[in-house]
Design a protein around this ligand. Sequence first.
Ligand SMILES: Cc1cc2nc3c(=O)[nH]c(=O)nc-3n(C[C@H](O)[C@H](O)[C@H](O)COP(=O)(O)OP(=O)(O)OC[C@H]3O[C@@H](n4cnc5c(N)ncnc54)[C@H](O)[C@@H]3O)c2cc1C
Ligand code: SF4
Length: 517
Amino acid sequence: MTVRPTGTETYSDASTIHRPREIRVERGAAMAGRRRIKADVVVVGTGAGGAVMAKELAEGGLSVVMLEEGEHVTPEDMTARPRDDAPRFYRDAAMISTLGNTPIMLPLGRAVGGTTILNSATCYRTPRALLDRWGLWSAGELEPFFRRVERVFNVCRVPRELAGRNAHAMERGAAALGWSGEYLHRAARGCVGAGVCAFGCPTGGKQHAGNTYVPLAWDAGATTITGARATKVLPGRGVLARTTGGGRLRVDAELVVVACGTIHTPVLLKRSGLGHPGLGENLSLHPATGVWAEHDEPIDQHAGIPQAYAVDEFAGEGIMLEGWSGPPDMLALALACDDDERRAIMRDFRRIAQAGLMIRDSSRGTVRGVAGRAVIRYDVNRADTELIVRAIAKAAELEAAAGARRVHVPIAHARPITTVGEARALQATAKQLGLTAFHPLGTAAAGRVVERDLRLGDGLLVADGSVVPSSLGVNPQLTIMALATRAAFAALGRRAPEDELEGATLGRAPSMIRFAA
Ligand SMILES: Cc1cc2nc3c(=O)[nH]c(=O)nc-3n(C[C@H](O)[C@H](O)[C@H](O)COP(=O)(O)OP(=O)(O)OC[C@H]3O[C@@H](n4cnc5c(N)ncnc54)[C@H](O)[C@@H]3O)c2cc1C
Ligand code: SF4
């Protein structure tokens, strides 16, 4: 075989879900008093970047301890009820917001697996045009590391029959308009289309760092201490942490890997006295939102994969339209209409489709630590405001072409769209937009703050979204994981793997081909 299968059978095969030999978790909740432990490496954070580092370094023969502020959760813990699960796996119950000219909700995960346990599992490689612009890593150099991540994560194409009618509507619209689009590649093993990825997959079918990389690190001898918040990094010497049980922990290690995510890594590093002028600057977010479309036939957005289809026709401009579905209360909050109209629409929820959108932003923000908390400052600039409005219009046009009667847009006081002309005439200020962001990046950017092998001086590596040099325009987990894999290989003094197979359908990642830098 010269390629790795990525079709329906592979996507739906739950028999390959990894079962660790032993769950090597120590709960910080049960740790009081003082404790000191020793390892070769301490990894802070177990998300997309940290889990990959832990697994690769442990498999490379090093003793690894992972510190994670959140808890270890299993599919059995997932109730699929947003009100139960958001406070458990999301930092601050998903209520984090930016400060700036318009608030942007910024959900982050806090659990073993980090934000990957609640993400949509969509996988894109870094657009080649961006790699060329950064000039730090060539596409060829990263290729074996992407393949390796894609194998461990079982990145496969979404089968149309599991995608659900929300995705089918997007596909119909794209076909009618002649726009480029396709079923996404996702990290899945036995996904059944249960539709609640953002609140924790109850089947274990979604592949995330907490059910792949972290268990593989355990199999190689690593340990995870949960409920352990790192408070100080000592490069080349270790990490100090507090446990939720009231304990104080010191891990002595010659190599420290900080992987707390784009928002919390700069706060921890600065708090540790590791000042660098660029740390906490250069924050990009991929501002995102969606439209809600009234169709004649049932859509039943709860049935199917929430993010299954994407339109990349406008990726070159920095616009991606990606499937998105959520619980009814999100729609009720988002609708810009009076109460009677809202009631009528909510009664018809079964017929409402959603299309998500995000932009490759040129705005940049900052992260600062204030009293131990991260304060995120981000203003949406005029060019991005116009790009978001254009993306909203495109999403509305897509749903109209799919047969929607009216499309509701996330702009304060805007009336629902009924014609393409109305969509194209949309205007808004940043303040009028209802925005969320899922992809913070860049606050310890490679080439500015860390080296290209993610080093920040001796005995310290940074491996998470913070090292991504600029806004990607596509979902970032694969980029973060490939860079972490490369950094782990470099730290071990190992050459890139030569035996990783290319995924059968991964050759055409559309935005990689069409994306113009
Ligand atoms: C709803 C949602 C959907 C998304 N969908 C996708 C998608 O489909 N595809 C995609 O590519 N990306 C997606 N993303 C983004 C993706 O999940 C993130 O970009 C990625 O997980 C970031 O990885 P990271 O390693 O930077 O940080 P994280 O994965 O956030 O991990 C950081 C970890 O560090 C821990 N931590 C922080 N501070 C400390 C401390 N002081 N001590 C100990 N532990 C600490 C945190 O608790 C957390 O577990 C989505 C994000 C969201 C919110
Ligand atoms: S669609 Fe359902 S089964 Fe598939 S990954 Fe999401 S939550 Fe899991």
